[in-house]
Design a protein around this ligand. Structure first.
Ligand code: FRU
Length: 580
């Protein structure tokens, strides 16, 4: 059979398989509806990166099933990507997809497909290998992290219908080892109270809320013309949730529109919530997760107040044999122009947080691409396991550097307190699970200049190096590829800083105002132990076992596969590991 006949046959088959009996209606007001029997898993909608948002709604057997209409950006004359709408659970039923703002000659008119496959390249070149990314769409903050029965659950701020922010929904993924994730159905979709913004999840061991013993209860912000707090419960270990009919459990704040991101704990015989209100954190108490009363307020006149405070978290640690509490709160625009998380160290008496006098602001990450991190509820052995959002280029909201997804999550970190020589600081190190994901290792011999990194072919590896500076001159290393792209890490030992130069690193997709050469503060020591986890577009560096974490994104045309060290410093323990 020649190629021509083959492709004709393929087209005929494609027509049969993609558009079986679809009835389309387009009215004069641009309202478009396509009706079909759901025989395949997805409806694929041709979409564009830019343009006006259209409203999308779905009817099944004549009744609307989206709890709240979703926004999508439709392709007019060019398809940037296909939006998958999962209709697998309506198999055999009559489905009508409704879209607004459609013109007669738009691609979307007559261009919608139904398919069992998502039309996308899951392995697109810059998609990280060992960092979580959503299959399709946008993610920001991790939400409701909890551990139960051997599974680490992660919900996340998700736009299932675009690679940009919007339609805030809680996506869901689970992992047995904190490194390899399985994405499940979304658990909380926008409703009449609003989009589902960030929040937390607890296990109600004593059935205080009356949803059942061991129910998983999610506490989240409903955002729509103001912000209020709602709850939802799960009696199947967090895979599906029912929204509480008494929502909201905390109405809009009398003093501020910004009232969000509740993080809840069981402390001293009651539920305690930390929540952001404009530029402070308020603490509320509750016996049952439904009735809340104000306990205290923290934050006036301390720390960075460059913008609204978001996503608080509170954890207890031991330091120098004493109990210490750390309050985390995220804020836009740190000295590198990036969104970052600041923290305070002090005491919490069950109602009120007081900060020790330290040189605030202190920052959780010293790079520019880590934000809105939070810790696990119920992690085994009282571990403090932390995961944050890997912010990325789509902040510019123009064209993302990646095609079918935007965002991702950091590696799992384990947190504790350590001294920087002057005062306690938060120490983030890779959780042990990160080391368990190492593949082949090899030692690096760096004497002959630019050296090929073995295990680098897939763009997913760890490089470990220990530098002992000989004097006060800068030293460091460069990762590069054969296309002339490179990222240069320069330590300035007397100043206690590391500069990550991304100016020749590849696509310059960095959002306006965020440093192309971020400056990181690193405590001055005699030696610098560097662990760099490179994952295609992610550079996540840990220095001196918790002295600093430096998270930056880069967008090279080809993976960096060479390394070269420079400056007056002796290098020891030079190793690379493949990461899987
Ligand atoms: C932080 C944040 C939260 C909010 C959520 C909305 O990135 O702005 O304050 O709940 O994202 O997606």
């Amino acid at each position: 059979m020649n190629k021509y006949i083959l492709s004709l046959l393929f087209c005929a088959l494609a027509v049969v398989s993609c558009r079986p009996a679809m009835q389309e209606v387009l009215d004069d007001d641009g309202n478009y509806a396509v009706t079909f029997k759901a025989r395949k898993a997805y409806v694929l909608i041709p979409s564009s990166y830019s343009g006006k948002a259209s409203r999308m709604d779905l009817d099944v057997d004549g009744a609307s099933v989206f709890e709240f209409v979703q926004d999508v950006t439709l392709a007019k004359d060019k398809v940037d990507y296909w939006i998958p709408v999962d209709v697998s659970k309506y198999r055999g039923r009559e489905v009508t997809l409704r879209l607004s703002g459609v013109a007669e000659d738009d691609i979307v008119h007559g261009g919608i497909k139904i398919s069992d496959e998502i039309d996308m390249d899951y392995d697109e070149p810059l998609r990280p290998v060992y960092h979580f990314t959503p299959h399709f769409g946008w993610n920001n903050d991790p939400n409701g992290l909890f551990y139960k029965d051997g599974l680490w659950h992660m919900y996340f701020q998700h736009n299932p219908y675009s690679v940009f922010w919007g339609n805030m929904t809680w996506g869901h993924a689970t992992s047995k080892d904190l490194m390899h994730w399985t994405q499940h159905d979304n658990v909380l979709r926008p409703d009449k109270l609003g989009a589902i913004f960030s929040g937390s999840a607890v296990i109600d061991t004593d059935n205080t809320a009356g949803f059942g013993k061991d129910a998983v209860v999610a506490i989240y912000t409903s955002d729509r013309r103001g912000e209020r707090q709602s709850i939802a419960y799960s009696t199947d270990n967090g895979f599906t949730f029912t929204k509480y009919e008494g929502n909201p459990v905390l109405p809009d704040h009398p003093a501020s529109r910004d009232f969000r991101d509740p993080k809840v704990y069981w402390i001293g015989g009651q539920w305690v919530m930390a929540i952001s209100v404009s530029q402070v954190v308020e603490f509320y108490g509750s016996p049952d997760l439904k009735n809340w009363h104000l306990l205290s307020r923290f934050g006036e006149g301390i720390g960075s107040h460059r913008s609204v405070w978001e996503c608080p978290d509170l954890r207890r640690f031991e330091f120098d044999g004493k109990e210490k509490w750390v309050l985390f709160v995220t804020i836009a625009r740190d000295p590198n122009g990036a969104n970052n998380t600041q923290y305070f160290i002090g005491d919490f008496d069950g109602e009120r947080f007081t900060a020790d006098p330290l040189p605030y602001p202190l920052w959780v990450d010293q790079g520019v691409n880590q934000y809105a991190g939070c810790t696990y509820f119920n992690a085994p052995d009282d571990r403090t396991v932390f995961i944050a959002w890997l912010t990325s280029s789509a902040f510019s909201q123009v064209v993302p550097a990646t095609k079918y997804f935007t965002g991702g999550m950091t590696l799992p970190h384990e947190l504790s307190l350590k001294s920087n020589g002057e005062h306690p600081i938060l120490a983030s190190v890779p959780a042990p699970e990160v080391y368990a994901a190492r593949g082949a290792s090899s030692s690096l011999s760096l004497d002959s200049g630019r050296t090929l990194i073995s295990n680098s072919a897939n763009g997913a590896y760890e490089v470990d190096l220990t530098f002992t500076p000989a004097g006060s001159e800068p030293f460091g290393f460069t990762l590069s590829n054969d296309s002339g792209e490179k990222v240069v890490y320069t330590f300035k030992p007397t100043e206690g800083i590391l500069v990550t130069d991304r100016s020749q690193s590849g696509l310059q997709a960095f959002p306006d105002g965020v440093a192309v050469q971020p400056v990181s503060v690193i405590p001055v020591r005699d030696t610098y132990k560097v662990q760099l986890f490179y994952d295609r577009m992610v550079s996540e560096m840990f220095v001196n076992d918790g002295d600093a974490v430096v998270t930056n994104c880069v967008y090279p045309e080809a993976y960096y596969d060479h390394i070269e060290v420079f400056g007056p410093a002796a290098v020891s323990n030079a190793m690379t590991y493949e990461m899987k």
